[in-house]
Design a protein. Structure first.
Length: 88
């Protein structure tokens, strides 16, 4: 029997992207995703967000800025869910 702690995983508690009236969150992070995998995805998302923000500001393109907003909400939810998983 091992006393090794389990590797951290997502808790599956965070949701994101409000839509509708009354507003409800459309998406939720699934539980049990290994934290290492989630962090890798967040790093990819942050690179995309940075690119979209740069291009959106340079081109004054609201579609690119909206895409960056969606992806930043996703990245935040993923990071918050990993931290909540670490606490459980």
């Amino acid at each position: 029997m091992s006393d090794d702690p389990k590797p951290p995983v997502t808790a599956g508690l965070e949701s994101f992207h409000e839509s509708g009236n009354p507003p409800v969150d459309m998406f939720r992070i699934l539980p049990g995703i290994p934290a290492e995998h989630a962090y890798d995805e967040v790093m990819n998302l942050l690179a995309c967000i940075r690119h979209l923000l740069h291009e959106g500001l340079m081109e004054q393109d609201a579609r690119l800025l909206t895409a960056a907003d969606y992806l930043s909400a996703f990245a935040k939810a993923l990071m918050t869910d990993v931290e909540r998983g670490r606490l459980h």
